[in-house]
Design a protein around this ligand. Sequence first.
Ligand code: GLN
Length: 492
Amino acid sequence: MEGSFLELTKLTALMAAEKIRKREISVIELTNAYLARIDELNGAIGAYITVCAEQALRQAESVQKKLDGRENILPLAGIPAGIKDNICTRDVKTTCASKMLDNFFPPYDAAVIEKLSESNVVILGKLNMDEFAMGSSNENSWYMPVKNPWDHERVPGGSSGGAAAAVASHMSCFALGSDTGGSIRQPASFCGVVGLKPTYGAVSRFGLIAFASSLDQIGPITRDVADCALVMNVIAGHDPLDSTSVDIEYPDYTTFLKNDVKGLKIGLPKEYFGSGLHEEVKAKILDAAKAYESYGAIIEEISLPFTEYAIPAYYIISSAEASSNLARYDGIKYGYRAKEYSDIIDLYKKTRSEGFGTEVKRRIMLGTYALSSGYYDAYYKKALKVRRLIFEDFQKAYQKVDVILGPTSPVTAFKIGEKTANPLEMYLSDVYTVSVNIAGLCAISLPCGFDSKGLPVGMQLIGKPFDEGTLIRAAYTYESNTGKSGVTNCGI
Ligand code: GLN
C-alpha cells in the first residue's frame, strides 16, 4: 500500500473534514484510501460482510461536486463510515450476520442512514457482528469471526466487533454500532477506540433490526471523543417513526468538548471493583480516577447494590424480547426458506432450524421458556421487578454524583475460542455494561491504557438519562490530558 493512503486513513473525522474543506484532499481520494485499506486488510480481519465500493465512490463524487459548487457543507461531509449489518440500508444487503437474512435487501433506509446521507457521509459497507447482535466476541457471525486488530488470535469483542475492529484498523473513519447490553462499549474497549451508547430514546431505532426492543440503541464508534460528538450531532433527535424516540431539545454535542471537570462529582461503585475484575484492568481504572482528581473532579465511593442481579435480569428480558422479535423469520415473508418441506409447520421448523445459529436458538428457547405460562411470573415478571430496582440504584447514586466511573469489561480481549464452550462465562463478560441498558442510561467507553500484553483497556463513564454532554466533557478532559485515544496505531 502507498504510504499516503495509510496516512489519509489515520485522520480522525474532524481532521479529515477540515482537509476536505480546505481542498487539501478530495472526498474521492479519501474514499479510495479507505477502499484500498479494506482491500488490503479485510481478508485478515473480517470486519466487513459487504463492501459497497461502487456506491461509495458515486457518493464521494456527488459530495465532491456539492463542495465544488460551494454548497453549505455539513461537518461530516465526505467522511467514509461503516455500518453494523443490523441497520437497514436500502438495496444494500443487510444480514444481521445470519444465514436467515443472507438474501435480504431492505427496501428502505434506517432513520440513522437517512441522517448520515443528508449529512453527506460516504457509506463504505456493512460491518460484521454476532448473529442478531447476540454475543460478546463476534464468534457468532454466520460469515466469519472478526479478529482483533491488536492481536489476530484474539476476539474484537461483540456484538459490534466488526465496527470496532474497522475503526481501530483504519478501515473506516467511524462506524455505527448497536448496543443492547454492551455491544458498542465492550468491543470499543477491546479494540482501543471510543464507543458511546446513547440514552434509550435519543437515537431513532427505525430500521434497526430488533434484538430486544426495550434495550437496543444505535450509537457511534469513533477514534476520539470529538468525532463521537460530531456523529451524535447527526444521529440524535426525535423521530415520529420510532414510538420510543423522545421529543426533547437535543444539544450541540460539540459544545461539551471542554477540558474542564472542576467540581464534577464522579462515583466509583464498589460493586464494580470486586472479584472477577482483572487486577491490571482495575489498576488502570483507579489510575484514571486519580487523574480525574488531579483535574479537579471529586471522587466518591458509591454503591449499586443490585448489580449482582443485572446479568440474570438482562438475559431473561433480552431473550424474552428476542424470542418474540425473531418470530417473524418464518420462511414466508422474507429471508431464508428451507428447500424441502412437507407442510407449513415443517416449513417453519426447517427454515428456523437451518437459518438460525446455535446462540440465537439458545436465546429463543430461553426467552420462550421465560414467557411461557407457569414460568412467566417466576422469571419474566421477576426480571422486570429487578429492572426497576436497578434503575432505582442509579437514581439514588445520581443524587450524590454527576457521573459514574468503572471498567467497561472485567478483562481485556480474550483468545478466539476461549469462552465459546461455556456460554455462561461469555455472558459474565457483560457484567458492567448491561445495567446501563436495563436502566435506559447513556455510557461511553474510552481507551485508558494497555495491559502487560499490550492489549487496550477501556474505561466506562455512565451518565444520567440524556446527559451525554457530561460524558463527552469528562471523556474529552481525560483524553486531552493523557493523549490516550483510539488514534493510537494498532500496528497494522
Ligand atoms: N453481549 C450481550 C449479549 O450477548 C450484549 C449484546 C448487545 O449489546 N447487542 O446479549
